[in-house]
Design a protein around this ligand. Structure first.
Ligand SMILES: [Zn+2]
Length: 306
């Protein structure tokens, strides 16, 4: 099948197996799911950039994360949505500070809590994440202890790009690469291709979260191709936060056409309201990518975890 009526694509993609490799664990359930379970978040909050997203998280999500019952709800909502939308492999990224705040820094309690989330038909590969905005040097021993549990499949560095120098985090990537973990870093979402290059050289990551500004520099594209780096791209997130003008003109097209390895992901379903099938469908119906290009992306994601 190479062509399809626009109206039929969503039905098609819903039934296909797929991955969500760039998924923030605690902001990836549906708004409606929380509401049905008695948690009401403000629905009129203006999400117009990373600063507003961080502000929303601090005000409304952190209190939910601090209680085991609501923390459980956030994760359950995420995984149920994954199952409903045909995701077979999800890499939920969870900040190490949840261990600190909700489990008093007790590594074993934190891991035991995460281990309870198991579902038939959904492979959960946890990423241990750091927010550049809130990382403190005093947390270093805890983070290293968490890395050494062997529980986490990957490591991720998120939030405001370059707000702390890369040198603060290089050690963690050396450890994670040495342990053959999936090393990921958020880069090229808000900053340019120079920063993508800097992250590739500093962290030697296997994957980059977003990375969309890379298309502005052919040399950095070449570097990423040589290193076989995978880009986990989330178009709706980029448009909502103002890092891409529209779905139609989204840089994912240039990324694919320049031969980069790309997967499609959701980032934060709770904030952006677009599930994985909607991400595929928007790119198809806007003509950003063809049916065949989207199939290649979908199958490539699954291939990574075979
Ligand atoms: Zn992200």
């Amino acid at each position: 099948m190479s062509k399809m009526e626009t109206s039929g694509y969503l039905d098609y993609i819903k039934n296909q197996p797929k991955t969500d490799i760039h998924n923030h664990a605690l902001s990836s359930c549906r708004f409606q799911f929380l509401k049905q379970n008695g948690v009401n978040l403000p629905s009129d909050y203006k999400m117009d950039g990373i600063a507003s997203l961080i502000d929303f998280s601090r005000k409304y999500l952190t209190p939910l994360e601090n209680e085991v019952s609501t923390l459980t709800l956030l994760l359950k909502g995420n995984f149920l949505n994954c199952i409903e939308t045909g995701i077979k492999v999800v890499c939920p990224s969870i900040d190490y500070k949840v261990c600190l705040r909700t489990f008093n820094g007790d590594v074993q309690s934190f891991i035991s809590f995460l281990q309870q989330f198991q579902y038939d038909n959904l492979k959960i590969l946890w990423d241990l994440s750091i927010s550049r905005d809130s990382f403190k040097a005093e947390h270093r021993p805890l983070f290293i202890d968490l890395l050494h549990t062997n529980f986490f499949a990957g490591i991720d560095l998120a939030s405001t790009e370059n707000i702390q120098p890369n040198s603060t985090f290089v050690e963690f990537y050396q450890i994670a690469n040495g342990m053959n973990m999936l090393t990921k870093v958020h880069a090229g979402e808000m900053l340019g291709a120079d920063y993508v290059k800097q992250c590739i050289l500093d962290f030697n990551p296997q994957q980059i979260q977003h990375g969309i500004s890379i298309v502005k520099d052919k040399d950095v594209v070449k570097l990423a191709r040589e290193r076989n780096i995978v880009f986990n791209v989330c178009p709706t997130s980029n448009v909502c936060l103002g890092y891409a003008k529209s779905i139609k003109s989204h840089p994912i097209r240039q990324m694919v056409e320049s031969g980069l390895n790309v997967t499609l992901s959701t980032d934060d379903l709770l904030f952006f309201g677009s599930d994985i099938n909607e991400e595929y469908n928007k790119l198809y119906t806007n003509g950003t990518l063809t049916f065949d290009q989207l199939e290649k992306i979908r199958k490539f994601g699954l291939e990574i975890f075979k």
